[in-house]
Design a protein around this ligand. Structure first.
Ligand code: B12
Ligand code: SF4
Ligand code: SF4
Length: 398
């Protein structure tokens, strides 16, 4: 996917002298930019230089080990990802932005509430970031407005907006610029804001003053590594995407490996576990933007409610949401896995178990082969002996 272009200089133009003269005083411009960005609802902006050479061996190793799974775009772009001036010749600085996404009405004990839902076999857990409007749209439009403002103020030759839309190393740039540090779960963390935010960038040739990297504060903590349901964080800072529930439920389009179905529990779109247990998310910020308020009851949905959606309902209800990206078949595949896990947690003869068996069996004939195989797997899950069980979530009290 290409980045969103703000029409200034022709893309790919030969590198030229930085537009610092046009920019005037970079520090003053940055100060005014910060005020404008805040007015647009962006949570914070900083500036990064392009010194990312230290990250290159890590990226190469990750790719060599095949940890990107079927995300072929990660392999295709190789080291260009870490070299902003190869992606966009003439780039001198990257303006990094973060946008908090916890909905405004998030209760104070939200992490405990989420962990409790992960234990409820009949609940459907959609990752927090995906319950409202697609963040790409929300963040891109704000960055584009900021870029237009910069263009009017400083007339740079180069200005291009990216929101997870091109080979851009978003966490590495954000960490370099001082937006936060990289946690052991590999995501960016901020002392005052946790990690529940999205990242976006503006590449430019303006000679803005670059920020200093923030110091790291994970210390001896390893909660995120321990809680990961599929042990996808194979070492501090290294996530094997092939095991990550986020990859399996969103990016991966084939059958979910059988040994990973049970650990997926009731997570039907993405996963937040490594962030829920992170102590710094005590400080995660709410977003004032209505865009991130949950839609279609996704904060409290039950598996059977979502299973009852027809394809037409899925398309209607996921309009403008990131969930639309995975399409109907993957959505049903994920729900079938979660329903199978619910069957394991419920005793034989429990009315809830019978309802699930009935709903799965009724959908079998019309299901496509991928979904049918997952339904079949779900129906083979044995009942729990004795009482109904909670799904296992190995999390300390937040
Ligand atoms: C591919 C991808 C994924 C993949 C792979 C994840 C991964 N960690 O690589 C999958 C699908 C699994 C995924 C999942 C999620 N993602 Co994602 N993802 C991306 C994407 C597109 C690229 C990331 C990337 O470059 N990976 C390649 C690997 C090699 O990079 P890395 O893991 O960061 O590894 C670096 C470090 O580990 C470091 N390193 C390695 N060894 C060592 C050792 C030491 C000592 C040190 C210091 C560093 C170090 O070097 C590596 C190279 O820089 C970015 C957007 C972007 N364009 O950057 C979003 C992005 C990282 N994802 C994001 C989010 C929100 C998520 C989820 C939380 C979504 C969800 N709730 O389900 C999960 C979290 C899973 C996790 N713990 O990472 C956000 C993170 C925001 C933030 N606060 O940081 C991003 C930035 C998107 C965005 N625009 O906001 N994601
Ligand atoms: S998102 Fe979930 S599965 Fe992926 S690394 Fe974090 S805890 Fe593990
Ligand atoms: S849970 Fe602990 S180790 Fe993991 S990112 Fe948070 S502070 Fe760092």
């Amino acid at each position: 996917m290409a980045g969103s272009v703000v029409p200034v200089a022709p893309a790919g133009a030969a590198p030229q002298a930085p537009a610092s003269a046009a920019a005037g005083d970079g520090a003053a411009l940055l100060q005014a930019m910060r005020a404008h960005a805040a007015g647009l609802g962006l949570s914070q902006i900083e500036v990064s230089d392009l010194q990312l050479a230290d990250c290159e061996p890590h990226l190469l190793r990750w790719l060599e080990q095949g940890m990107h799974g079927s995300m072929h775009y990660m392999q295709r772009h190789g080291l260009k990802r870490m070299r902003p001036a190869e992606l966009l010749p003439g780039t001198l600085r990257v303006i990094t932005a973060r946008l908090d996404y916890l909905p405004a009405d998030t209760p104070p004990a939200w992490r405990g509430v989420e962990l409790q839902r992960l234990r409820d076999p009949q609940a459907a857990v959609v990752s927090l970031y995906a319950r409202g409007r697609d963040y790409h749209k929300v963040l891109r439009s704000r960055l584009a407005q900021l870029a237009q403002w910069i263009e009017r103020q400083a007339r740079p030759r180069l200005l291009r907006v990216y929101t997870d839309s091109a080979p851009v190393p978003e966490v590495a740039l954000a960490a370099r610029s001082g937006l936060g540090w990289r946690g052991k779960h590999s995501l960016l963390l901020h002392r005052d804001s946790g990690s529940m935010f999205f990242l976006g960038e503006i590449y430019t040739d303006l000679a803005l003053p670059a920020g200093a990297p923030a110091s790291a504060h994970c210390g001896s903590c390893a909660r995120c590594l321990r809680v990961c349901p599929t042990q996808a964080i194979v070492a501090p800072y290294v996530v094997d995407a092939r095991r990550c529930v986020s990859y399996l439920s969103i990016e991966h389009d084939g059958p979910i490996p059988e040994e990973l179905r049970q650990p997926m529990g009731n997570r039907v779109y993405g996963c937040d576990d490594c962030q829920l247990v992170c102590p710094w998310n005590r400080h995660a910020r709410r977003s004032p933007l209505p865009d991130f308020l949950p839609r279609n009851g996704l904060r409290e949905a039950a598996l059977l409610d979502l299973w009852a959606w027809s394809e037409a309902e899925f398309l209607l209800r996921s309009e403008g949401s990131a969930i639309r990206r995975i399409g109907w078949q993957r959505w049903r595949r994920n729900l079938a896995v979660a329903l199978g896990n619910a069957l394991r947690a419920l005793p034989a003869g429990a009315p809830a178990r019978q309802a699930i068996v009935g709903a799965l069996a009724a959908a079998l004939a019309a299901a496509d082969p991928l979904v049918a195989e997952h339904i079949d797997w779900a129906l083979r899950q044995p009942p729990s002996a004795g009482q109904a069980r909670a799904l296992p979530v190995d999390a300390p009290t937040p």
